[in-house]
Design a protein. Structure first.
Length: 542
């Protein structure tokens, strides 16, 4: 038995549509040794996931093909394997974890049914034996009170819990190789740290090899033995992790390493006018029970928060999923009902109805997390950006409105000539620029930015952060920046609120929060974001 478990040699992947052929992967080669973790790193569209899916032949054949190459697993070429042979390899010898567990898990089946299906298919385990093995796996991946979770459906679990279930399913048959395709990208930094720690310990415990696919070099430094850097379908650099980080040779590798959001937020200025202010803001959702559906308790999503945001300043709101960050933003913009005082440029708006808020909407704008989900696929970019002008500035002629749309697109770094295209014709970063242009075209005073960079590659994140900072400086904008990515918050925010379970854990100037956090929970968040090895997991586990 050789030391090499997987050997990818001269692999190419092409896609055929109509009469056109495009090459997604161009003659790449890499090896994975037994017990080794290899990271495949690159930005969206570089060919990482296509390469990984080729290993198990999960691409949409015959639309996809392999003009060249071989994939040797334990000496056998998987590209030439029969369907029956591949069925044995998949889930047994090689397993895969995907980026978004919610779309990978069946929403109609319980956790026990989904893990049990794998055990029955590959190990012929049924009944009590399958249940016992399922419990063993759930305990192994750190699911608390595992027995109570057996009957749960995916939507009843948190993101971190769903990813742990996916890991349990992947480990069910004790594979030799685990392929992890961006398994932490959609998770909070604290949950990300826990999942990485779990993967490392399980890999060592089971003696597995791992192919870890990511665009985040910070993660690679913590988990990988070797790195393959990929761009435009080619592997441009490969080597031991420490060597790649210490002495990158290729320009693209240096570009990735330099891609973290940088720069300083504008200085705090207490003389600037207050744009939005909240006093004892509360959003409680009633819990009803019984035949008469009486209120028996409340979910306190936001529980008594005070804040002040001035023109030209950024207030960062950080915390894990479920902490109440977005609910707070929706309350301040009066998109959901709340209690407590909310004032916008000195005007009390907490009692305003949605109709009374309508004249103020052009001055309060929102940029959402997923630009593809927030842009209508049936509307051109010109229509998307210009829609707000049709509602709030009806006196504009068609030509005047078109000029405003073109100017807004140019301001966010997009070619105005592309305004007749549709959202699917743009990259993720370009779509987020369109979403920003849609907000800016109305010349707002206040913008709520709800995780606007979390779905983007690191280098695109940095570009969007620079763009937001430039727009703020130019238009004296007040930003409420909601994020779990503390590196981005650090580059933008003057003040920071740390939230947990609807309450403020810590609040103050960004410099103090980042340099000298006072609370254990804040310290754990900082450790998870800036130094994964130092995370005090006991402070962040619930």
């Amino acid at each position: 038995m050789t030391d090499t478990l997987l050997s990818v040699r001269d692999l190419s992947v092409a896609f055929h549509q109509g009469g056109d052929t495009s090459t997604a992967v161009d003659r790449i080669s890499f090896d994975i040794k037994r017990g080794e973790t290899v990271a495949l790193v690159g930005e969206s569209g570089s060919g990482k996931s296509v390469s990984a899916n080729s290993i198990l032949k999960l691409l949409p054949y015959p639309a996809a093909s392999h003009p060249s190459g071989e994939i040797l697993f334990n000496g056998k070429d998987l590209l030439k394997a029969s369907d029956a042979e591949l069925r044995h390899v998949r889930g047994n010898d090689i397993t895969m974890i995907f980026q978004e567990p919610m779309t990978s898990l069946n929403p109609l089946h319980t956790i026990e049914q989904q893990i049990g299906e794998i055990l029955e298919l590959h190990q012929d385990l049924k009944g009590p034996a399958a249940r016992a093995r399922t419990l063993e796996l759930l305990n192994q991946v750190g699911i608390r009170e595992a027995e109570k979770r057996l009957g749960a459906y995916p939507h009843q679990l948190s993101g971190g819990q769903r990813q742990r279930v996916m890991i349990a399913m992947a480990l069910a048959n004790r594979p030799e190789l685990l392929i992890a395709d961006e398994p932490t990208t959609a998770l909070d930094v604290t949950v990300q740290a826990q999942i990485l720690e779990l993967l490392k310990s399980l890999k060592d415990e089971h003696g597995m090899s791992m192919l870890f696919i990511t665009h985040d070099l910070g993660i690679v430094r913590k988990i990988a033995d070797r790195v393959c850097v990929m761009t435009k379908g080619k592997i441009v650099e490969t080597g031991p992790t420490a060597e790649i980080f210490a002495n990158p040779q290729h320009a693209y590798t240096r570009h990735l390493l330099a891609s973290e959001p940088k720069g300083e937020p504008p200085p705090s200025d207490q003389s600037k006018p207050i744009v939005i202010e909240g006093k004892d803001v509360k959003v409680w959702f009633p819990i009803k029970a019984g035949f008469l559906r009486r209120v028996v308790d409340h979910v306190k999503a936001v529980d008594g928060i005070d804040l002040t945001l001035r023109a030209g300043q950024t207030l960062g709101v950080v915390g894990e999923s479920g902490s109440g960050k977005t609910t707070l933003g929706l309350a301040l913009t009066r998109l959901i009902s709340s209690k407590g005082r909310i004032a916008f440029v000195g005007q009390n708006i907490d009692a305003y109805s949605f109709r009374e808020m309508r004249p103020l909407r052009n001055r309060m704008q929102v940029v959402f997390q997923d630009p593809y989900g927030s842009l209508s696929p049936r509307m051109s970019v010109a229509d998307i950006v210009g829609e707000g002008l049709k509602i709030h500035e009806r006196a504009l002629s068609d030509d005047e409105r078109d000029r405003r749309v073109a100017a807004a697109l140019q301001e966010v770094g997009l070619d105005p000539a592309t305004r007749w295209r549709y959202p699917h014709e743009f990259s993720g970063g370009q779509r987020q620029r369109i979403a920003i242009a849609r907000a800016m075209v109305l010349k707002p005073q206040f913008v709520m930015l709800d995780e606007p960079t979390s779905a983007l590659d690191m280098s695109v994140q940095a570009q969007v952060v620079d763009l937001l900072r430039d727009l703020q400086r130019k238009h004296n904008l007040a930003y409420l920046f909601i994020s779990h990515d503390l590196k981005v918050v650090r580059a933008l925010a003057n003040e920071v609120i740390v939230m947990r379970l609807g309450k403020v854990v810590e609040q103050g100037p960004a410099e103090r929060i980042f340099e000298a956090p006072a609370e254990d929970y804040t310290k754990a968040l900082m450790a998870a974001a800036f130094n994964l090895e130092a995370v005090n997991l006991s402070a962040i586990r619930q």
